[in-house]
Write a new protein. Sequence first.
Length: 138
Amino acid sequence: MALKATAKASKKPRVSKHPAKKRTRESLAIIKKLNAICLALPDATEQPAWGEPTWRVRGKIFAQLDDHHHGAKHVSVWLPAPDGAQQALVEADPKRFFRPPYVGHKGWIAVMLDTKPDWDMVASLIAQAHGLIAGKRR
């Protein structure tokens, strides 16, 4: 057992393969708003992943920024959503919501943030996403 503890302690810190990207003023302002919303939630932390900020509760992502990642047209936040919410939101307002790549098949929703969003609605969706992820671990 002592060997495992020693080996673990001597492990080098992981360095991201995705360096910090240059951000526009608009993107920085969006990140600042998202930080204020996300970090106000219980046990929430911010951690970069894939070159973008992610917000987590007890290590699990509940919100992830997409700042034109892989050529995306918009700055958006990706959030887990309750069953059926993704389809309902995209159908109701496709200019504000879309099915994000990578996690869309799991029901996640993407909310465009560079199109003058309703920040109260964004905060509500983030709180709901946080609750979904936090609840899974309890």
